[in-house]
Write a new protein. Sequence first.
Length: 212
Amino acid sequence: MTHTRIKICGITNEDDALATARLRVDFLGFVFYPPSPRYVEPERVGVIAQKVRDALGEAAPRFIGVFVDESAERVEAIRRTAGLDGVQFCGDETPETVRACAPLRIRTLSLQTLDRLGRFDVDAYLCDTHAPEQKGGTGQAYDYEQLRPWLDRYRIIVAGGLTPETVGPVVASLRPWGVDVSSALESAPGHKDPDRVRAFVEAVRRADAERA
């Protein structure tokens, strides 16, 4: 069966991490951008990640750190402290900075910067809308069809405004490598609504099954 990767971002606490991980999502995202209301300390993420891995073993998702304009040295230091499996770059990082970090790398691009696809040594590109004052994602929906020309050439994670109600048709139509969501599943900034998280995951898996 086709498998669309699911990344649930903006995790800030152990309860949300464990509940979400038990739904067999692929990635949990943690924001290391201090101005964000979803910012979490690296040491805290290290504790959360270890508890999830202890609980789920090999079934645990991979842990992704979200960074904005940090140096490669700072990213690597946080990655080790937090026990991350990979990093996501959401600022104006150069290809050299991205390449210097390991092992799993995701580059965020906006619709206005899709001409930069292919310029980075990454495992996937996360595509979102653009808002300079909202580094790391806007939570705003857009015409996802704009991504179609790129889907066969690159691993694209569709992000921005997806909800449990809208993600199924997007997955069924575009068949992206992955999808990403954060604020649409929250009861308050940094706190997930477990019912909405489950509904989102079920919608993606249902769309996968229908197009298998």
